[in-house]
Write a protein that binds this ligand. Structure first.
Ligand code: ATP
Ligand code: MG
Length: 364
């Protein structure tokens, strides 16, 4: 079996540091390590429209932003195929066939969908496109025979749904599709990075993000106004580390070498956490440190982004080429499924012969 990686993002805004630690960083590592046959990255505009149908312009504007973010972190179009979901028509066909093997009750049980419906106040009036996007996502994955899916943990229910669809299709029509696996970051805090406001998830839709493209001053301001421990008022007060977003980000981003560089009075993060818990470490100090750590990571990304921002037509060309490539692969999968479902009527000479025999058994 080929080793095919697929992942993607909704073009609903620029990408943020939650995407970075949850998925983008791992993509870059996978790309650099090699050892795969194909690596697809989808800009999921069809999925973005399921809760932005009244604002297609937002989706249209953000496609390039997401593409720039990919290139800025060092994803390389020579090694990765970038494509736009809506322009791969085979995905709509697969979605349609898969919808037949999924029930309404099953879709309503999906925990990520449940919390997203709540967040969008859709509960009383659920759009079918939104409710069924996990099925469309199953098409995105299986439409490229992808089995390795680097994502944040909110995507696990989607991968499980995909596996169920694969099993149903294979049971019904014979071995056609492959079961995918989610690949999550080892560092648990990276699987779902909270927002700067302390909300459980940094998310474009919640406006609690530090974007990869934020300038240095914006990052500084966002960090300085971050949620910490509301009871840690004076420097001498003992502080809480659990649920303190600054420490969660330090868990995700800082390395021991950062302490030597910026905070030599502490040996490492455990040492700093202990001191904070006992009292005597101010929030301004930990925030300044976090800002420096983030800047080390974000400054080169920002610079690379500026390079591509001056070459926009080139970036669209990368997307066009990748989308052509993606269409070729997806059409192969659609053809395979149609053959196995035996709905490839015009190629099926046996069928045509058998139907003729039914009416003119003697060949006349
Ligand atoms: P939206 O609010 O529009 O849904 P989003 O910020 O959730 O946007 P997506 O495009 O839905 O972003 O997610 C793309 C990928 O990034 C997924 O693999 C998802 O798991 C991962 N991801 C998103 N937010 C985070 C986060 N805060 N921490 C870790 N991973 C994340
Ligand atoms: Mg999301």
């Amino acid at each position: 079996m080929e080793r095919i990686i697929l992942t993607g993002d909704r073009p609903t805004g620029k990408l943020h540091i939650g995407h970075y630690v949850g998925s983008l960083k791992m993509r870059k590592e996978m790309q650099d390590k090699g050892g795969y046959d194909k690596f697809y990255i989808e800009i999921a505009d069809v999925q973005a429209l399921t809760d932005n149908w009244d604002n297609p312009e937002k989706v249209r504007q953000n496609i390039i932003e997401v593409a720039l973010d990919y290139l800025s972190i060092g994803l390389d179009p020579e090694k990765v195929t970038f494509f736009i979901q809506s322009q791969v028509k085979g995905l709509f066909e697969l979605t349609c066939y898969y919808l037949d093997v999924v029930t309404l009750a099953r879709l309503q049980r999906n925990p990520t969908i449940k919390s997203e419906l709540k967040m969008r106040n859709f509960e009383g009036n659920i759009p079918m496109g939104f409710l069924t996007y996990p099925v469309s996502q199953a098409a995105d994955i299986t439409g490229f025979d992808a089995t390795i899916i680097p994502v944040g943990d909110d995507q696990e229910p989607m991968i499980e749904q995909t596996r169920e669809i694969v099993r149903s299709i294979n049971n019904l029509y014979g071995e056609t599709l492959f079961e995918p696996q989610a690949v999550l970051p080892e560092n648990l805090v990276c699987r779902r990075l909270p927002g700067t406001d302390g909300n459980a998830k940094m998310s474009k839709s919640l406006g609690n993000c530090i974007y990869l493209s934020d300038d240095s001053e914006t990052v500084r301001k966002k960090v300085m106004s971050m949620y910490t421990d509301p009871n840690h008022i004076r420097i001498e007060d003992p502080g809480k580390v659990e649920g303190n977003t600054v420490f969660t980000y330090l868990d995700a981003f800082s390395e021991t070498s950062d302490f030597e560089k910026y905070l030599p009075e502490y040996k490492n993060l455990d040492d700093l956490k202990n001191a904070y818990k006992h009292g005597g470490v101010g929030d301004v100090k930990i925030k300044k440190f976090l800002y420096q750590v983030l800047e080390d990571e974000l400054a080169p990304i920002r610079e690379k982004r500026h390079y591509y921002e001056e070459r926009i037509p080139e970036v669209y060309e990368i997307l066009r080429k990748g989308t052509n490539d993606a269409n070729k692969k997806c059409n192969e999968v659609v053809k395979r499924l149609e053959e196995n479902m035996k709905i490839n009527y015009f190629e099926d000479t046996e069928l045509i012969k058998a139907q003729s025999m039914k009416y003119t058994p003697n060949g006349d």
